[in-house]
Write a protein that binds this ligand. Structure first.
Ligand code: 3PG
Ligand code: MG
Length: 391
């Protein structure tokens, strides 16, 4: 089944509403990695050139619905967009009841996740969004695995709904790369979003030859292997699931390795002291914030012989330098590997930015969870609805 594409539509004089994934890291009001914003620029420029009035929507972080939260405001994103487009970008705080906009203008709607009903994919909310525009453009590949009001319900109710160029290109490129990957296929799944990813690991573990886990997910596996994780982020109720995954991997001849050493701290802070420990020496008041150097070496070895590498999520808290060595080593190992490498996800892109390896990654995707689900072979809900609308 196919979807309608923005590039095939006449946008002249039309009000278009583009859902983008501008969920980027922000620190003290400044965007610290803008790869996702950069990736969205060609779509906006195309729409402007075609004579449209352009409204943009995105989420940022995971704020509480129904209230405004300055911390999760898209203000820093609006500034960066404006710089990259070299034109004013108006941030609209209250936009659900209508937006005043003319041809050639760009308006950014404040964080969609401030609206009640966004996460539940509310029809009422989707209808309000749909009423703002003549054409709804889904371009947020990174959020295409979420059936939410701004990715799904709006597409259901808009007069016309189509895929933007970024979404279309991602689906095309990832489809080609993952259809018949060169073996061995190694996946690195890290980051802090533990539970949402642990379930993804289940189906991933049967598709990949080797699975490397990092971050909060690794802590759950460390606990499952019988070690103490102290005060670290992990999920006690998923330990059995982690055990089952490790056993299943062994049975099928692959492996989910558990770190042999880790970097610990007594507190989560920019200036916290980092201590390298054997995984069996973690104390009750320790936080595991990175993999240790020996583990990084072992993982680098695995990456060296890979045919295809899929990378989603850092293996440590790389934003803080003393807990970034693990992610840095992995980044360099991926960069140096001759494997076809696909990397994606907000934090992963930020790490790629920080260690300046973008040119050495074969394909960088703006999707994290979305591309993992795509790799699992799932039909992404936001794509599903576009397919239905194109019939
Ligand atoms: C991401 O960063 O993975 C996407 O922007 C989706 O964000 P979410 O996991 O908070 O839905
Ligand atoms: Mg992510």
């Amino acid at each position: 089944m196919s979807v309608k594409k923005m590039v095939d539509l006449d946008l002249s004089g039309k009000k278009i509403l583009i859902r983008q994934d501008l969920n980027v890291p922000v620190k003290e009001g400044v965007v610290t990695s803008d790869l996702r914003i950069q990736a969205s620029i060609p779509t906006i420029q195309h729409a402007l050139k075609s004579g449209a009035a352009v409204m943009l929507m995105s989420h940022l972080g995971r704020p509480t619905e129904g209230e405004y939260d300055e911390e999760a405001s898209l203000k820093p994103v609006a500034s960066r967009l404006s710089e990259l487009l070299d034109m004013p970008v108006r941030l609209e705080k209250d936009w659900l009841e209508g937006i005043d906009i003319s041809q050639g203008e760009v308006v950014l709607c404040e964080n969609v996740r401030f609206n009640t009903g966004e996460k539940k994919n509310s029809d009422e909310l989707g209808q309000k969004m749909a009423a703002l525009c003549d054409i709804f453009v889904m371009d947020a590949f990174g959020t295409a695995h979420r059936a939410q009001a701004s990715t799904h319900s709006v597409a259901k109710h808009a007069s016309e709904a189509c895929a933007g160029p970024l979404l279309a290109n991602e689906l095309d490129a990832l489809g080609k790369a993952l259809n018949a990957p060169k073996k061995p296929l190694v996946a690195i799944v890290g980051g802090s979003k533990v539970s949402t990813k642990l379930t993804v690991l289940d189906s991933l573990s049967t598709k990949v030859d080797q699975l490397i886990v990092g971050g909060g997910i690794a802590n759950t596996f460390i606990a499952a292997a019988g070690y103490q994780v102290g005060k670290s982020l992990y999920e006690a109720d998923l330990i059995d699931e982690a055990k089952r995954l490790m056993a299943a991997a062994k049975e099928s001849g692959s492996d989910i390795p558990v770190p042999v050493d880790v970097v610990c701290a007594k507190e989560f802070a920019d200036n916290a002291e980092a201590t390298i420990k054997n995984v069996s020496d973690v104390d009750a008041d320790d936080l595991i914030l990175d993999i240790g150097p020996e583990t990084a070496k072992q993982y680098a070895e695995i990456l060296k012989s890979a045919g295809t590498i899929v990378w989603n999520g850092p293996v440590g808290v790389f934003e803080i330098d003393q807990f970034g060595e693990g992610t840095k080593s992995m980044s360099f190992a991926i960069a140096e590997s001759s494997a076809f490498s696909i990397a994606g996800g907000g934090d992963t892109l930020a790490a790629i930015d920080k260690y300046e390896i973008k040119d050495k990654i074969s394909y960088t995707s703006t999707g994290g969870g979305a591309f993992l689900e795509f790799l699992e072979g799932k039909l992404l809900p936001a794509v599903d609805i576009l397919q239905q609308r194109s019939q």
